[in-house]
Design a protein around this ligand. Structure first.
Ligand SMILES: *[C@@H]1O[C@H](CO)[C@@H](O)[C@H](O)[C@H]1NC(C)=O
Ligand SMILES: *[C@@H]1O[C@H](CO)[C@@H](O)[C@H](O)[C@H]1NC(C)=O
Ligand SMILES: *[C@@H]1O[C@H](CO)[C@@H](O)[C@H](O)[C@H]1NC(C)=O
Length: 371
């Protein structure tokens, strides 16, 4: 009886595994991620940098995951991977091995920017061009796995989704840090945006040449409204009249110039490059919507981080072993820079299946997967 029960349980377990296999097929065979701390999942863990999150309370709501995410739980791309039907998370490039790479890798690195010098104030990291170099090496490895069959290789690569979100640090940890960087003396915001977009365009063209065809580009969010800026520029968040939601317009204006050019770049790629589908994820407008309708998304605190120190909980990132706020799902920001998991879920859902042009255009990620 006891033995029979055991056998039965084993059979049931096996059945469940096979069913999971056959039912949960990802909508695309692979998912590659390029970006900064918003989507980094541990690539900075073993390099010399202050831009690291492999200590508690980072990851506090995600106890079994490898450490290194700059939030309390899942990042936006973790959630996108789940929505795309991946059973396991996409591994960080720094810790991936073997044929695992066929399913995709995460190359993102905290503090990284489009410009090489961006983020150097925080230490080492992998700027975008290096992330693309890592992808180039990965493609070489895949070529060997496919035994040199370039038809199979390019077919595989053309079906993957590539998520790219760069640029925030080129403003936060470069242009708007005039004590450390000279760019704001050298360039107007408009010229700076043009230069960044030239770099961006060049690297994205390299990705295209390597085989990327379905690319989701995330615009920069409302950086002028993150707790770090609210706390740093003035005491506006103590201002009762504005309830702490007055943002730094100078930064937001500069970001808007960049984003406008980015949309044009996406459109240009779609009309000029054969066989590609580029989409634009409008993080800026999405975040405006979330802030304007915070209660309907379940957020009651939108101007300070759940974890951090100083006025507004906004001055630096969450320190090791610091106690975060209790009700993490009611905060838009986890620390002075990064959204909570709850916010990442909202952003991911918008990118994945919103039908509003102010969230994503010309199509959403679900449609990109099927295209
Ligand atoms: C490459 O793979 C495809 C699909 O599996 C196959 O039809 C083709 O013959 C292969 N080409 C070479 C050169 O092996
Ligand atoms: C900000 O507010 C704090 C406390 O209310 C005050 O001590 C500080 O001087 C203010 N700083 C500025 C720049 O106004
Ligand atoms: C989008 O996906 C989320 C998560 O699966 C779901 O809650 C939401 O209802 C979906 N929205 C639409 C318009 O399909």
């Amino acid at each position: 009886m006891e033995e029979g029960k055991k056998v039965m349980l084993v059979i049931l377990a096996l059945l469940r595994v096979t069913m999971a296999w056959s039912v949960v097929q990802p909508q695309v065979p692979c998912f590659f991620i390029f970006g900064d701390s918003l989507v980094d999942n541990g690539n900075n863990n073993n390099i010399l940098t202050l831009a690291r999150a492999n200590y508690r309370p980072y990851g506090i709501d995600f106890p079994r995951a490898a450490p290194g995410r700059f939030t309390n739980g899942h990042t936006m791309v973790d959630i996108l991977a789940q929505l795309l039907g991946f059973r396991d998370l996409i591994p960080p490039h720094a810790a991936a091995h073997g044929a695992e790479v066929l399913r995709g890798l995460n190359f993102a690195s905290g503090a990284a920017g489009l410009r090489e010098e961006t983020g150097n104030n925080l230490g080492q990291h992998y700027p975008f061009y290096e992330q693309v170099e890592h992808f180039r090496n990965t493609v070489q490895l895949m070529r060997r796995i496919f035994r040199g069959n370039t038809t199979r290789l390019s077919d595989h690569l053309s079906k993957c989704i590539y998520f790219v979100g760069m640029g925030s640090n080129d403003y936060l940890n470069n242009y708007f840090m005039p004590d450390m960087y000279t760019t704001s003396y050298q360039y107007s915001p408009r010229t700076y945006a043009i230069l960044l977009l030239q770099d961006y365009s060049r690297q994205l063209t390299d990705m295209y040449d390597l085989g990327a065809r379905k690319v989701a580009i995330s615009g920069i969010g409302q950086i002028g409204c993150i707790p770090y800026e609210l706390a740093r520029n003035n005491n506006r968040s103590n201002n009762k009249k504005t309830k702490g939601t007055v943002c730094n317009d100078k930064i937001n204006k500069a970001i808007n110039m960049f984003n406008t050019g980015l949309v044009q770049m996406v459109n240009r790629f779609n009309s000029e490059l054969p066989d590609v589908k580029f989409i634009y994820i409008n993080t800026y407008e999405s975040s405006k919507d979330i802030v304007a309708n915070a209660p309907s998304y379940g957020f009651s605190v939108i101007d300070k981080g759940c974890c951090g120190v100083g006025r507004n909980n906004g001055q630096i990132t969450c320190l090791p072993l610091q106690t975060p706020c209790e009700d993490r799902s009611s905060y838009l920001f986890w620390d002075a820079f990064h959204p909570t998991e709850a916010a990442n879920i909202v952003y991911a859902n918008k990118a994945y299946n919103s039908t509003s042009q102010s969230d994503v255009s010309p199509m959403n990620i679900q449609q990109l997967a099927m295209a």
